[in-house]
Ligand binder design. Structure first.
Ligand code: G3H
Ligand code: 13P
Ligand code: ZN
Length: 334
């Protein structure tokens, strides 16, 4: 058993309080590889931003849970080496689907966990969420829970259609679970295909899809019920068109990929939304850079040659999100 405080990590409590009061959001970036970790830390240090590094069940299967935990410990040391005296880095479990998985992460040094019971019946979701919160709080680990179902695939959680969070349930849910933050469903979803073409309109000039707006009315209702309570948005990649175009130009095939417009995420960041989850945009940035590099250098085969521009492209994207969308730059406590 190792406590995250021994590793120099922090939980989300204080940073969320400041984010809600200050009208900005903390970036939660998924990582599976060393290059993603390096790019996240470099971006957070250069912008003086707190950051959440999150690990999904799929990431644990891909990279090995122990390795990812040591990478997060390394991230703290690396941030200091880059000149940040007091980095605020959270190691968070993304979409934990059982009490046992959440406990395992807490025991190995995670500072925050998500228990995602959103696909379960309401009372069952409350019961397991409560169990996770009771265990986590013994170690001062913060817990995110979810109410409402996102469209698409959430690890093994599959939703046929989007079910927005019901504002009338949020007080009962947050009180009975004791969760520290609440992930809600207001129209975002995971992946690079967030909307079907028939849900969108088409920009007559560019021919690109324009997605329907997020349900800000639902978000505002929830904020009224839970004033100042930290709200989380999953599925918040914007699916930048330039990265999609690069991928398609160099042999990829991502027709009609569409994400959440950044203006809407900027607007959400000013509200009680204080954590915004981004994974797909990092995948797109990495893939675009690798495809371009390999197409332009068919004789190269050293992974460092193509992973370097991939890392640089992800870092550029992370900095853009922090500075131009979420507004968490310059928000370290000290
Ligand atoms: O919410 C899902 C995240 O993007 C993680 O995805 O399960 O493929 O690692 P993954
Ligand atoms: P995206 O697929 O939109 O990047 O969402 C990531 C996410 O919600 C991770 O939990
Ligand atoms: Zn998610």
């Amino acid at each position: 058993m190792v406590n995250y405080k021994e590793l120099g990590l922090v939980n989300t409590r204080e940073m969320f309080k400041r984010a809600v009061a200050g009208g900005y959001a903390i970036p939660a970036f998924n990582f599976n590889t060393m290059e993603q970790m390096q790019a996240i830390v470099q971006a957070a240090v250069e912008t003086k931003s707190p950051v959440i590094m999150q690990v999904s069940k799929g990431a644990r299967n891909y990279a090995n849970a122990t390795i990812l935990r040591y990478m997060a410990e390394g991230a703290v040391a690396y941030a200091k080496e880059l000149g940040c005296e007091h980095p605020e880095i959270v190691l968070h479990l993304d979409h934990g689907d059982s009490f046992e998985l959440c406990k395992d992460c807490i025991d190995m040094g995670f500072s925050s966990v998500m228990y995602d019971g959103s696909s379960l019946p309401y009372e069952e979701n409350i019961k397991i969420s409560r169990q996770v919160v009771e265990y986590a709080h013994k170690y001062d680990v913060t817990v995110e829970c979810e109410l409402g179902v996102l469209a698409g695939v959430e690890d093994e959680v599959v939703a046929e259609e989007s079910h927005y969070t019901k504002p009338e349930e949020v007080i009962d849910f947050s009180t009975r679970t004791g969760c520290d933050s609440l992930a809600i469903s207001i129209g975002t979803s995971h992946g690079a295909y967030k909307f079907k073409p028939e849900q969108c309109t088409r920009d007559p000039k560019t021919g690109k899809l324009v997605p329907p707006p997020l349900a800000f009315d639902v978000l505002h209702e929830i904020e009224k019920k839970l004033p100042g309570f930290p709200i989380v948005l999953h599925g918040s990649s914007s699916v930048p068109q330039d990265e999609v175009d690069t991928i398609n130009k160099y042999g990829g095939n991502l027709p009609d990929a569409v994400g959440i417009p950044e203006e809407q995420l900027r607007e959400a960041s000013k509200s009680a939304v204080c954590k915004i989850n981004i994974d797909s945009d990092s995948r797109l940035a990495m893939t675009a850079a690798v495809r371009k590099y390999l197409a332009e250098h068919p004789d190269h085969f050293d992974p460092r040659q193509y992973l370097k521009p991939a890392r640089e492209n992800m870092k550029k994207m992370y900095i853009h999100k922090i500075v131009d969308v979420l507004g968490s730059n310059g928000k370290l406590a000290q």
